[in-house]
Write a protein that binds this ligand. Structure first.
Ligand SMILES: CC(C)(COP(=O)(O)OP(=O)(O)OC[C@H]1O[C@@H](n2cnc3c(N)ncnc32)[C@H](O)[C@@H]1OP(=O)(O)O)[C@@H](O)C(=O)NCCC(=O)NCCS
Length: 159
């Protein structure tokens, strides 16, 4: 059972595990761009949340990175370790990010998914995201991205 209490902001000591999960689960076949150094920068960036799921101690079974703009938020990365999938971890992280984006006054969350990743598209559709288009060659010119967005209603609590 996953609860929101398992979700915390990432620490710098999580950066290696996050970068490696990104490389293996998201960036496979592409240049490894979300390196430890880049993840570290995000952890220290005031306009970015790097969140991790913790399950009893060490390890990072799941993480997400979201950037906040003036009006809209952007999910850059979200991944769950293969051994922990279909247990609601990504759903819990996305719910946390959505709640935070609403409180921040964001009106929508945007993201891109590799066009060869129907599982991720199904996951985001399940969470109310819709497809808005395709960015041809978005991934190093070798793979297209499907752009997806979820409009948000601003939380009454944030007023
Ligand atoms: C996509 C991903 C983040 C989903 O994580 P998860 O923790 O397994 O997702 P959840 O358990 O919260 O899934 C919730 C629902 O989403 C849908 N879903 C999740 N993964 C799915 C898949 N591979 N195929 C179809 N539907 C899927 C299902 O409706 C699922 O509910 P169910 O298990 O009751 O059927 C995970 O498979 C992953 O890390 N993939 C590799 C990285 C990636 O693609 N990241 C997203 C793009 S950056």
């Amino acid at each position: 059972m996953t609860s929101e209490h398992d979700i915390t902001l990432a620490r710098t000591t999580d950066a290696l595990a996050i970068a490696e999960l990104s490389r293996d689960a998201i960036e496979y076949g592409l240049t490894w761009r979300w390196t430890v150094r880049r993840v570290m920068r995000c952890i220290h960036d005031a306009d970015t949340n790097v969140v991790v799921m913790r399950r009893g101690g060490t390890g990072v079974p799941a993480f997400a990175i979201m950037q906040y703009g003036e009006q809209e938020a952007h999910v850059s990365l979200l991944a769950v370790h293969p051994g922990h999938r279909r247990q609601g971890l990504a759903s819990a992280l996305l719910t946390w990010l959505e709640a935070t984006a609403r409180v921040a006054g964001c009106t929508a969350i945007h993201l891109e998914v590799r066009i060869t990743n129907p599982g991720a598209m199904a996951f985001y559709r399940r969470h109310g995201f819709g497809e808005t288009g395709v960015s041809v060659g978005y991934y190093e010119g070798v793979e297209d991205a499907v752009r997806m967005v979820k409009p948000l209603s601003v939380s009454a609590d944030a007023a």
